[in-house]
Design a protein. Structure first.
Length: 328
C-alpha cells in the first residue's frame, strides 16, 4: 500500500509491538500487520492488558479525540512514539510524553480539503433541508413539502477559526458570493476577510456560523447559551471542529425552542453517544465524525503514519513531530 516500510528484521528479532487505540479500515490494519506486531484494544481496556505485554509496546496509534494521557503512558515503560492518526492531538498529553522522552507526531493537512468540502455540504444540507425533504418525499409527501428554504448565496458566513481548514472553507464559500468574516485569537491582516474581535459578535453577524477551530481546553464551550442567543432564530450552526467547542445542552435547548434555525454537526461532545431526543429534532443534521474521511485523505494519513513508524524504529528524524509549546 505504501513504500514507507519499517526497518528489516532479517536478524530474526521480533517486529516492534504497536498498540492501536482507534478504529481503522481493515486494509490499513492488514498493512500494519504486515510490518509490525499489532495489538488492538479500547482505551478504557489498556490497563487490563497482560502485565507482561505492556513493557513491549513501543508505539501507540491514537487520534485527537481518543488521545493518550500521562497515566496511560506511565504503564507503557517501553513506549517510544505516539502517532496521532490525523491532524488533531488535543487529548494527547504532549508535555507528559516529552518529559518521558516519548515522541509525538501527527499528520497535519492530509484531510483539510475533505473537511472543508464536508463543511459546505452540511451548510447546504441544513439550509435547504435536504435530508428532511428526502425522507418526506420518500414517505409520500410532495406538495406540502414544496416550501421555500433559505439559500447560502450572498449570506453572511462567520468562521470560528481561520487556519488551513478555515481558509479552504472561506475559499469555497466565496464561490457562493457569501460575505465572510472570522474570529481567531489574533487577526490575520494578510487575509481579505473581515476580522471580528469576539465570538458573540461573530455569531450576531452571521447567518451561518461554521466552527473550524482546534479542540481542547482553550476552545471548550466557546459556543454556549449566550453565543447561540446572538446567532438567533434565523442563524444556522455548522461544526466540523470538535464536539467540545459547543455546549451540547445549550444547543439542544436552542434547537428545541427554535432559538436558532438549525444545526449540522459532524462532531458531538461525548461521541459516539448522542444527546437524548436528537431523533425528534427536524432542525438538526448529524454525521458521524466523517468530514476528514475521504479515501484520499485516509490514504495520506496512513502513509504519514507508516513513515513515522519506520523513521522511529530506524533512528531517523520524524515528520511533523509535536512539542509542548506547539499545543497551546
Amino acid at each position: 500500500m505504501t513504500n514507507a516500510l519499517p526497518p528489516g528484521n532479517s536478524s530474526g528479532t521480533p517486529s516492534p509491538l504497536i498498540l492501536l487505540l482507534i478504529s481503522m479500515q481493515q486494509p490499513f490494519i492488514a498493512d500494519l500487520q504486515q510490518h509490525y506486531s499489532l495489538k488492538m484494544t479500547l482505551p478504557a481496556e489498556l490497563s487490563h492488558l497482560p502485565a507482561s505485554e505492556l513493557p513491549q509496546i513501543q508505539a501507540v496509534v491514537t487520534n485527537g479525540s481518543t488521545g493518550l494521557t500521562a497515566e496511560q503512558m506511565e504503564i507503557l515503560p517501553g513506549l517510544k512514539l505516539v502517532c496521532s492518526y490525523g491532524a488533531g492531538y488535543e487529548n494527547i498529553d504532549v508535555a507528559a510524553a516529552t518529559q518521558r522522552g516519548i515522541a509525538v507526531t501527527h499528520a497535519p493537512g492530509v484531510n483539510n480539503a475533505s473537511v472543508a468540502d464536508h463543511a459546505l455540504a452540511l451548510t447546504l444540507a441544513i439550509s435547504r433541508g435536504l435530508p428532511q425533504l428526502d425522507r418526506a418525499l420518500k414517505a409520500g409527501g410532495w406538495l406540502q413539502n414544496r416550501q421555500p428554504r433559505p439559500t447560502v448565496n450572498g449570506k453572511r458566513l462567520g468562521l470560528l477559526g481561520m487556519g488551513n481548514i478555515g481558509e479552504l472553507i472561506a475559499k469555497r464559500a466565496a464561490g457562493f458570493d457569501m460575505q465572510i468574516a472570522y474570529h481567531t485569537r489574533r487577526p490575520r491582516p494578510e487575509l481579505v476577510y473581515r476580522y471580528v474581535p469576539s465570538v458573540n459578535e461573530l455569531a450576531a453577524d452571521s447567518d451561518y456560523l461554521i466552527l473550524a477551530c482546534p479542540g481542547g481546553a482553550a476552545t471548550r464551550h466557546l459556543i454556549n447559551h449566550e453565543a447561540l442567543e446572538h446567532l438567533g432564530p434565523q442563524g444556522f450552526l455548522v461544526n466540523v471542529a470538535r464536539g467540545s467547542v459547543v455546549d451540547t445542552c445549550a444547543l439542544m435547548e436552542a434547537l428545541r425552542a427554535k432559538r436558532i434555525a438549525g444545526a449540522a454537526l459532524d462532531v458531538i461532545e461525548d461521541e459516539p453517544e448522542l444527546p437524548p431526543g436528537v431523533e425528534q429534532l427536524d432542525n438538526l443534521i448529524l454525521t458521524p465524525h466523517v468530514s476528514g474521511r475521504s479515501p484520499e485523505a485516509q490514504l495520506a494519513q496512513h502513509t504519514a503514519l507508516l513513515k513515522n513508524l519506520a523513521a522511529c524504529f530506524a533512528g531517523q528524524p520524524l515528520h511533523d513531530q509535536l512539542l509542548p509549546a506547539l499545543k497551546a
